[in-house]
Design a protein around this ligand. Sequence first.
Ligand SMILES: C[S@@+](CC[C@H](N)C(=O)[O-])C[C@H]1O[C@@H](n2cnc3c(N)ncnc32)[C@H](O)[C@@H]1O
Length: 309
Amino acid sequence: MLSFQRDGLYEGELLRFALLKGVIRITEKENYTDSFGFQWTKFAKTQIDRYQRSSKQSHDRFFAVTGWDREDLTGKNILEVGSGAGRFSHVVLQNTNANLFSVDYSNAVEANFGNNGPHERLKLFQSSIYELPFAPRQFDKVFCFGVLQHTPDVKESVKCLTEMVKEGGELIVDFYPLKGWHTKIHAKYILRPMTRKMSHDKLLSLIERNAGWLIRTYKFFDIAGVGKLLNRFLPICDIRNTLPPDLSKEELREWVILDTFDMYSPRYDQPQKLETVEGWFKEFGFKEFLGSVVNYDKSNSVTVVRGIR
Ligand SMILES: C[S@@+](CC[C@H](N)C(=O)[O-])C[C@H]1O[C@@H](n2cnc3c(N)ncnc32)[C@H](O)[C@@H]1O
């Protein structure tokens, strides 16, 4: 049985920390993650393996990155921070017998509940990484995928995650890599100062209206052999290196619209150097840690640091 940071969170404080639509809420109603609430409500099922025809991208990415053994996880307490619509919650619940405590700061928790709840091994919380409701050092495993770059203080975010890991437990994070000055020579970083301030509806409809010709141009550049050089200047997600390889035309359009909105709408987008994040693991008391680039699918990869406390 886990304990919570404030006694009686479940009982005495339920009125203040409302249980709403299957999720325990420990947050103000609106915060900087609104774009994610909007995005995961609109695209609640797009990336969930259960709804895919063939590829199991979330499953493959999760096990490639964690290297975890399903049997080993039986009865373990796992914390997931920044779960979005619950693509990885789904993988954990479907493939292991672990108890999953899953947190997101945005309204996306409702999409997650719609995809995965109610489930006897799932507890969902709407809470910030900076105010996690759990007492420290209780979790066997903590993972945080696709989140750190979108938080205002990435180092503090890593610190808050490390505090949740018990002695001998494991933390795994991924993040956008900062590879050098050229990382930010990209349409995303040129346009974001404008797009992140647009209303979510306006931005989404702008992306929807332009998705067709952008996909065609991206593919044309690729076939012409100039994709590596030119596609970074197209305001569209990286189709070749982030999306599953076997999507139909309609699925591709949906994934592109989702991922492009995910690039241009968030308040924060702060890529990090691998060595910097490794340094934080050390600073926050992790004895063993290792950064790496993990490949999954045919051409996708993700930058990761894992550590044992
Ligand atoms: C790009 S989404 C990734 C969601 C999911 N992990 C995935 O890979 O599909 C980033 C998520 O991080 C959440 N997030 C951002 N800042 C957060 C914070 N301070 N605390 C908890 N979650 C946060 C957002 O609400 C959003 O759902």
